[in-house]
Design a protein around this ligand. Structure first.
Ligand code: 5GP
Ligand code: ZN
Length: 113
């Protein structure tokens, strides 16, 4: 997707603060952090959202969750963290490239989830 900002981040056309990278996924710090630790994990392949996932994406998404677990350990989020993926307009998705927010470093309230 040539006009997708997260595809541009994967390609290095837009700079980002990289946290982790392998052949299938890329993780970087959110530009507008909502918690002391706020990292986005994305597949390198363009997928619109959770709603757009296909059976052939299962391995990629499973891999991303293993990476999320590793990042949480590396970032010392031992007291806990939250993983969020907004899908579609009602959820407030603003970038239409599948991404998982890792939020941590603060005790979160019980609102919404
Ligand atoms: P969404 O609202 O779609 O769930 O989350 C999109 C996230 O991407 C937001 O938290 C926003 O701050 C982040 N974001 C948008 N553009 C950029 C960017 O160019 N660089 C980085 N690092 N984060 C971005
Ligand atoms: Zn994309």
């Amino acid at each position: 997707m040539s006009d997708c900002i997260f595809c541009k981040i994967v390609k290095g056309d837009i700079p980002s603060a990289k946290v982790y990278e392998d052949d299938r996924c890329y993780a970087f710090r959110d530009i507008n952090p909502q918690a002391p630790t706020h990292i986005l994990v994305i597949p390198k392949k363009h997928i619109d959202s959770v709603a757009a996932l296909k059976p052939e994406d299962e391995a990629t998404v499973g891999h991303i969750f293993t990476v999320i677990s590793k990042i949480a350990k590396d970032e010392h989020l031992d007291a806990g963290f939250r993983v969020i993926s907004n899908s579609g307009a009602d959820a407030g998705q603003t970038v239409n490239h599948l991404h998982f927010h890792i939020l941590g470093g603060v005790k979160m309230g019980e609102g919404l989830i």
